[in-house]
Design a binder for this molecule. Structure first.
Ligand code: FES
Length: 286
């Protein structure tokens, strides 16, 4: 078995991950609930809905990059520069932790368990770098030793973070699991779609959600971009559909995000109704 897979399997064997995950998620959700009416916009901001990309992986580059620079400067004897880089990494680690916890509260099962290990390692590395920052400038090499151990810890944690994204698909765009058809395609009879309701149809293997108001039909991808929820099982209100899994809401006209936690819009389709048949074509960017 490849070494990365062994490390992941090993992490998932740690007892108590589910209980620890539930406890931490309860604390994070409680903190968001206490934010009252700003909960939703605050979560959206930290998820990266405004950016069109998950914010967490953007911010994780700051501590990893800064701490790599610190290691290089330590090895070159640039002690002052190394201390500054350690401090920059500590600031970046705060942002990475807040955004990561926000994303993680919407995970379950294996991603949630591995996320507990990822968070615990990151917290350990941050404490080691914090101690290193305090120790630097004093006699002895403990500052360098602490940050070097921290670098090993954060590297292992980065592997788990990568597994959560690339293998377990947290933070990726699930609406693009398959390609929408390039050509116009007949997907349903107009009468198949209930007035004021929704219907999921198959467009050459790509799942599409049709939403109808009278003669008006809108079409967007039916698989929620956030984590793959079935939008046809969600609720349709005021021209927007809300995913039943974590509450992301998308405009059915153009697939844009009304609110997160999704960070990617839904693919959208232009619709023509000809002789009572609904025909859809992927719009640019879908
Ligand atoms: S799958 Fe999470 S909001 Fe749709």
């Amino acid at each position: 078995m490849p070494i990365a897979q062994q490390l992941v399997d090993c992490a998932l064997q740690i007892p108590g991950l589910d209980a620890a995950g539930d406890r931490v998620a309860g604390l994070v959700n409680g903190a968001y609930d206490a934010a009252g009416p700003v909960k939703r916009p605050l979560k959206d901001a930290l998820n990266g809905t405004w950016l069109g990309h998950a914010l967490h992986p953007v911010l994780t580059d700051v501590p990893i990059g800064a701490w790599t620079a610190a290691l290089a400067m330590d090895l070159l004897g640039e002690r002052r520069g190394a201390k500054i880089a350690v401090g920059v990494g500590l600031l970046g680690a705060i942002g990475a932790a807040v955004t990561g916890l926000t994303d993680w509260t919407d995970t379950y099962g294996k991603p949630r368990r591995l996320g507990v290990v990822h968070a615990a390692l990151n917290a350990t590395a941050t404490l080691l770098y914090g101690a290193s920052w305090l120790a630097r400038g004093k006699t002895g090499g403990s500052g360098f030793a602490l940050s070097t151990i921290g670098y090993g810890v954060v590297s292992l944690s980065a592997l788990y973070g990568g597994t959560m994204s690339l293998d377990l698909q947290i933070g990726v765009n699930h609406a693009h699991a398959t390609e929408p058809p390039a050509e116009e395609i007949d997907v349903a009879a107009l009468t198949d779609v209930p007035d004021g309701g929704m219907k999921r149809v198959d467009a050459s293997g790509y799942p599409v959600l049709l939403a109808r108001r009278g003669e008006q039909i809108d079409a967007i991808g039916a698989i929620c971009s956030h984590q793959g929820g079935p939008l046809e099982e969600g609720t349709l209100k005021d021209g927007a559909v809300t995913c039943p899994w974590h509450g992301s809401t998308f405009c059915v006209r153009d697939g844009s995000i009304v609110n997160g936690p999704a960070t990617y819009p839904q693919p959208a389709f232009s619709v023509r109704v000809i002789d009572g048949r609904v025909r859809i074509t992927a719009t640019d960017g879908s």
